[in-house]
Unconditional design. Structure first.
Length: 130
């Protein structure tokens, strides 16, 4: 019995969630702009991402976006991903003091990364391992 509780969550299918201010706008953005498999149930959005993971987006009055990246999308070719997203109307963020190229990609010491926001102002990224 000792230590039985230490593995209590090891096999649960945990999922993450974040708030948005408008479920319909979020559904359109995640489903159409980003092309994710999105379903709406009881006013909540379920974003199904590769690997069978689900992320929950829920409405929150007076939503204030987080000041950090809530969702990262690994890609094989960041320049291609950024160009495709830009064609779909996505605008990439530029942060002061960061050397971000003309397409919105930061090529610092780690993975190449480009940040953008959803309609609720939540920060997302596409990133490419080098």
């Amino acid at each position: 019995m000792a230590g039985e509780g230490t593995h209590m969550f090891r096999d649960t299918k945990a999922f993450s969630g974040f708030a948005v201010d408008d479920i319909e706008k979020a559904k359109q953005f995640y489903g159409e702009t980003l092309g994710l498999d999105v379903s709406e149930e009881h006013g909540l959005l379920h974003l199904r991402i590769a690997g069978g993971t689900s992320v929950l987006a829920y409405p929150k009055p007076n939503h204030v976006p987080a000041s950090f990246t809530i969702l990262n999308f690994p890609v094989d070719d960041i320049d291609k991903a950024v160009a495709e997203l830009a064609q779909r109307g996505v605008r990439f963020e530029r942060y002061p003091g960061m050397d971000i190229d003309e397409n919105g990609v930061f090529r610092g010491g780690g993975p190449y990364i480009a940040w953008f926001t959803d309609p609720a102002g939540n920060i997302l990224s596409v990133l490419q391992e080098r």
